[in-house]
Design a protein around this ligand. Structure first.
Ligand code: ADP
Ligand code: MG
Length: 254
């Protein structure tokens, strides 16, 4: 359903993505892990053309795109098939919750207003925030804002949702509600690629885990493979650090 091949990206003289490959099947929840600066955000942004890759191929639902020579139509096409959920929500501050969702439907996708209204309300209901539809972002908690971000992503019915550390800007007590919505979407078969440090989510919800470091995919596999039987030293070191910080019990993974 989504395949990225040989993605490369350089900022100035620094190569931040080196021949990155990823395969995502319909209904997959892929978690990307890796230390800060390893290229996770850049990779996700290249999949949505928020960042222009220097080279590489993208296939989304059977259509191939060469990332170094995309037409305007290709870019619109890629944007339509993917939706992005940002670490800092990126909602319009001067628009209400529902207006934030309508924007992508009415302006970008030309969905008629009344139909868009219905779709937006359904999306708000799904994330448990229909009662908050006329609230502005500043009147909502971070967790609620991110659930609006999720509603905005599902409303456009993309092939795949790309989520970049969707809970890492939240106060700890607000993380659970956002993860619950993500779990619910996963259970409904939504295809997602998630950069996250939430190991519980990766363990329980992901069916594929990718570990990146220094712009390379170092290792990938099932959550059990990666968490319990990591082969590469860098994966082992990263996990040892992050799991000890969060005092996760690896035995629980068996
Ligand atoms: P991660 O999400 O894994 O923390 P990023 O993809 O954000 O990593 O960044 C990878 C590397 O690319 C980092 O060294 C970062 O400083 C650099 N980088 C990211 N965005 C830019 C940019 N717009 N301009 C220059 N360097 C960037
Ligand atoms: Mg990042």
């Amino acid at each position: 359903m989504l395949e990225a091949k040989h993605i490369s990206k350089t900022f100035g003289d620094r190569q931040v993505l080196v021949d990155v490959n990823l395969q995502v099947k319909q209904g997959d929840v892929v978690v990307i892990l890796g230390p800060s600066g390893s290229g996770k955000t850049t990779f996700l942004r290249c999949l949505n053309h928020l960042e222009k890759a220097d080279g590489g191929q993208l296939t989304i639902s059977g259509k191939d795109y060469s990332l170094d020579k995309l037409s305007k139509k290709d870019i619109l096409d890629i944007r339509k098939k993917t939706a992005f959920v940002f670490q800092h929500y990126n909602l319009f501050a001067n628009k209400t919750a529902i207006e934030n969702i309508l924007e992508g439907l009415v302006i970008a996708r030309k969905v008629p207003k009344s139909e868009a209204q219905q779709i937006a309300e359904e999306a708000l209901k799904k994330v448990g925030l229909l009662d908050f539809k006329d609230y502005y972002p500043s009147q909502l908690s971070g967790g609620q804002q991110q659930r609006i971000g999720l509603a905005r992503a599902i409303a456009v019915k993309p092939e795949v949702i790309l989520l970049d550390e969707p809970t890492s800007a939240l106060d700890p007590e607000l993380v659970g509600d956002v993860l619950d919505v993500m779990k619910q979407l996963a259970n409904e078969g939504t295809t997602m690629v998630v950069v996250t440090h939430e190991m519980g989510f990766a363990r329980d919800v992901a069916n594929h885990v990718v570990f990146m470091d220094g712009g390379h995919v170092i290792e990938e596999g099932s959550p059990k493979d990666i968490f319990y039987r990591p082969k590469e030293k860098r994966t082992q070191q990263f996990l040892a650090r992050i799991l000890s910080d969060a005092s996760y019990d690896l035995e629980y993974m068996i």
